[in-house]
Design a binder for this molecule. Structure first.
Ligand code: ADP
Ligand code: TYD
Length: 225
């Protein structure tokens, strides 16, 4: 059993990632685990600043600058938040990670070949990879319908063909990494999707109660020493 756990959620905008990330966090915490949830881009002062730039609909950003900005935000998140949390035995849930870059910048923007991008991403994350990734699959129509009430950000304003390439790229990722990536039907009820997520995550959890426990439980478990 590993002594750290990193779980990511992926999918197009409006697929239901954040909903599932929150449900999983609540379930893990109710089970006594210490959990950290982060969104990408974001999660550090630098990364949140970069996020504001990236999502600002009034800015025009070239594809390569976009790749570097998402990656800069990720490098800071990994260095200052994710790695320290994992080192403490916290379970980290990520609302997007480097698969987003492969899907959105690599395929969506048709920016770079996969080998180059995979190598680049590994450098950005210092080699960190999720233990399990949940890909929430919905059509671009379903996603657009779910987001029709909200103002769209710079990425969401990109055309339909862009998002079709992103959908296809995510499916290619799930085929390429069948052990890591669990592909889920995002049109199922939220609770049903959560049940499937929990089925997979619970198999990764220690059953002896020693790892990933919240700090207070850890003290209780060791008699307060
Ligand atoms: P994302 O983080 O992928 O952009 P959200 O979790 O914010 O997606 O969900 C987008 C919208 O879709 C929200 O209004 C949410 O309540 C709704 N939603 C999420 N999951 C489902 C689902 N399984 N079925 C129907 N609607 C959903
Ligand atoms: P956000 O509102 O966090 O995502 P969502 O709409 O899924 O809840 O916006 C993040 C946007 O940035 C989203 O359109 C996906 C995009 N993105 C990339 O293009 N590349 C990346 O590497 C990441 C992390 C996100």
């Amino acid at each position: 059993m590993k002594s750290s756990l990193l779980i990511s959620f992926e999918g197009i905008d409006g697929s239901g990632k954040s909903t599932q990330a929150i449900l999983l966090k609540q379930k893990l915490e109710a089970s006594g685990f210490h959990v950290l949830m982060c969104r990408e881009p974001g999660g550090t002062p630098v990364s949140e600043g970069v996020r504001n730039l990236l999502l600002d609909p009034s800015l025009e950003i070239g594809p390569f600058a976009e790749l570097l900005l998402f990656s800069a935000a990720r490098a800071e998140l990994v260095r200052t938040v994710i790695q320290p949390a994992l080192a403490e035995g916290t379970i980290v849930i990520l609302d997007r990670f480097y698969d987003s870059t492969v899907a959105y910048q690599g395929a969506g923007r048709r920016l770079a070949d996969r080998d180059w991008l995979n190598d680049f991403n590994q450098r950005v994350t210092s080699g960190l990879q999720p233990d399990k990734t949940f890909l929430i699959r919905v059509s671009t129509e379903t996603a657009a319908d779910r987001m029709k009430e909200q103002p769209l950000d710079r990425m969401e304003l990109t055309g339909r063909e862009f998002f079709e390439r992103v959908v296809d790229a995510y499916d290619a990722i799930s085929r390429e990494y069948p052990d890591r990536v669990v592909s889920l039907d995002g049109t199922l009820a939220k609770e049903k999707i959560h049940d499937i997520v929990w089925h997979h995550v619970s198999r990764l959890l220690p059953d002896d109660g020693t790892a990933f426990r919240s700090a207070s439980n850890a003290i209780a478990d060791t008699g307060g020493s």
